[in-house]
Design a protein around this ligand. Sequence first.
Ligand code: NAP
Length: 375
Amino acid sequence: MHAPRALVQDSHAPLDPFGTARALDPRGGLPQPARRVDSDFSRLFPGEMLLAVETLNVDAASFRQMEDAARRAAGGAALSDEACDEAVARQVQATVLERGKQHNPVTGSGGMLLGRVLQLAPGRGEDVAAVGDRVATLVSLSLTPLRIDRVKAVRRASAQIDVDGEAVLFASGAYARLPSDMPERLALAVLDVAGAAPQVARLVERAGAAAQGRRTVVVVLGAGGKSGVLCAAEARRTGGDRVRVVGVERFAPYADDLRALGVCDAVAVADATDPVAVRSAVLEATSGVEADLVFSCVNVPDAEMSAILVTRDRGTAYFFAMSTSFTKAALGAEGVGKDIDLMIGNGFAHRHAEHSLAMMRAMPAIRALFERRYG
Ligand code: NAP
């Protein structure tokens, strides 16, 4: 039973849709860059939505970093999957305790969460959800005040962690009500990367218009993963046979899954941290043609130069991966004399949740694959 929380009333303070009242270090700043936020939910600020948290969908780059750190900490000793999961859960709990939010101090990224609405403080705009509804947040955990009371399970395949806890969403924070026609875990997995596909559609349309009859070459790095599959599928759906889609994936079983979907013209098994090998694999697949558009969807660092080396002059490399370094990309492109557009993958696009969930309804083979992996 939920005990209603008191409201902080300050008649002098303007309504704060961005949650600056919760930033503790530095005080009064924006919560995403803050080192620490206030996760005392015994009271709510105007505009906040209080949630009972059920599942955290940790960002893939962050989850991978915590796994790698746990294995490194074990030294040479082999760490069982269960021990690794426990170590990741401990790292998440420690971060949330220290920072008041799941803001990975190494990758800087967060993830999103699934929860049930407990209370809506006055001062919000029009809400599509009411108390009791189950919702997925569409803003990063790196800015979402969070308290974890208990970790119940870790599901590595989907980077999801079931917990008991609470969180608040600010008035400016996007969220989606969970659809009733698909499993919740599947919806959560898709919503985690919802920003990618709508932006692929825009960029493929734009590149197609500039191609003047030539086939647009699209390369996806990490193409067998969650966002990679959606990017490859969207490029095919938007561009039809006017695009040539090349997927690059390191993990052979995921490369096989991708081939079976039939959305790529070629799938290369290559390591995106090896730019020379990736360039050679891509050029072999395209008969020597460089890419108009490259989407980096890997969950590891050091893949910047693979994206840059395969992009054609005045083409676009789009970095969706949170493991991307701005410095490495900018200085690396300069270093190899590539005049290309480098884009940061914005997690938000208008109607991105509807767009990506609709892909699950329109593309049954991808939905079946994702249900098998994440559902
Ligand atoms: P995912 O499902 O784990 O997919 C990543 C894929 O990349 C996996 O198939 C992985 O294979 C593959 N990969 C890893 N290292 C590789 C390498 N060296 N060469 C080639 N392929 C490699 O992750 P996701 O959920 O799609 O997320 C992908 C990226 O998007 C992450 O960096 C995440 O942080 C980011 N993201 C960004 C936003 C945003 O708003 N911009 C939102 C959500 C997520 P393995 O199975 O071998 O690891």
